[in-house]
Design a protein around this ligand. Structure first.
Ligand SMILES: Cc1cc2nc3c(=O)[nH]c(=O)nc-3n(C[C@H](O)[C@H](O)[C@H](O)COP(=O)(O)OP(=O)(O)OC[C@H]3O[C@@H](n4cnc5c(N)ncnc54)[C@H](O)[C@@H]3O)c2cc1C
Length: 291
């Protein structure tokens, strides 16, 4: 899509004529749901929101990766500045090994170094199956918005979902759950608005209410992220040692015990805002659209 032309009937908003590349265009739509990811096509074309801040994410597909079936997760500023690294096992011994980092220019070099320095050294890497055959080996990935939900997520006949709306988890930048859920909200809102013949911004405002009610508190988790990344390697190791093996079943008393154990072992952590960091961890679970 390259252009949006506003349609009105007798001064009342009626929909958008979408221009774009391909035989199907122009397309008339009463409601456009923008799921264009970080490209944020509608925000750009209609100047609805400023461009988001982004973080770089990239990974390699690797063969015959030793795995116990769990994914590996590393917070290791030496390789991933204000980010983290992962090994996510897939079928047939394959795995994605990657990182996100605020150091966009150095992402590829840092990931290569991480692989070279550790247990994944020497394993065979391949291009992902969707890339044309015969191309030189390259990682795959892209940028992820990290400045939080956009101010404007609906407009006359427009709703932004997923990355296009800035919906990624503030702690570890996952966005798949948020994209799917916001798309479901937008579809429901569009169907209701079309049914009553009013697709104006005022009538689509319920979309913003829906996602704001459902999604976890962005600012609160962001504070936790800042606190987490202010910890030293040794603080982080201590924190890891105080967590139980299975975190999902940890109740309120379990969490309090972890907090007490940490503060007894290293009281100075209180001043590094360890509690918001732990609360943010608590939100970073699938149940809360985390990761
Ligand atoms: C390396 C990496 C690892 C990640 N790992 C995770 C993870 O483990 N868990 C997790 O939850 N999230 C992860 N994410 C984030 C996740 O991928 C996104 O949050 C999610 O894909 C957002 O979905 P979306 O549908 O909003 O956008 P996208 O998946 O980006 O889809 C947008 C689509 O719109 C298309 N498009 C763009 N412009 C136009 C246009 N003008 N016209 C038509 N189509 C257009 C794009 O080509 C793309 O296909 C990761 C991201 C990266 C980069």
């Amino acid at each position: 899509m390259t252009e949006l032309k506003r349609q009105e009937i007798d001064g009342v908003f009626d929909g958008w004529i979408c221009e774009g590349k391909g035989d199907q265009f122009p397309i008339f739509a009463k409601v456009v749901i923008d799921a264009s990811g970080v490209a944020g096509v509608c925000s750009k074309l209609l100047k609805l929101n400023p461009r988001p801040e982004v973080i770089a994410g990239m990974q390699y597909e690797v063969l015959e990766v030793p795995s116990d079936g769990y994914l590996d997760f590393y917070i290791w500023p030496k390789y991933a500045e204000k980010g983290y690294l992962w090994m996510i096992p897939k079928s047939d011994g394959r795995a994605n090994i990657g990182l996100v980092t605020e150091n966009k220019k150095g992402a590829v070099k840092a990931l290569d170094q991480f692989i070279e320095d550790g247990e994944f050294k020497g394993l065979e890497m391949i291009n992902p199956p969707w890339r044309k055959e015969g191309l030189k080996l390259r990682g795959f990935g892209g940028t992820i918005p990290i400045s939080g939900p956009h101010e404007v997520t609906h407009f006359d006949g427009i709703m932004l979902v997923g990355d296009a709306a800035g919906f990624t988890s503030p702690l570890f930048e996952g966005g798949s759950h948020l994209a799917l859920k916001s798309a479901a909200f937008a579809a429901q809102t569009a169907a209701e608005a079309i049914a009553v013949g009013d697709v104006s911004a005022a009538n689509l405002a319920i979309y913003a209410n829906r996602w704001k009610t459902e999604f976890p508190p962005y600012e609160k988790i962001l504070k936790g992220k800042t606190a987490l990344y202010s910890l030293s390697d040794s603080d982080m190791s201590l924190m890891g040692n105080c967590f139980p093996e299975e975190m999902s079943s940890m109740g309120i008393s379990g969490k309090a015990m972890v907090g007490i154990r940490l503060l007894v072992r290293r009281p100075s952590l209180y001043f590094k805002k360890i509690i918001p960091a732990m609360l943010a961890f608590g939100y970073s679970r699938a149940k809360y659209y985390g990761w």
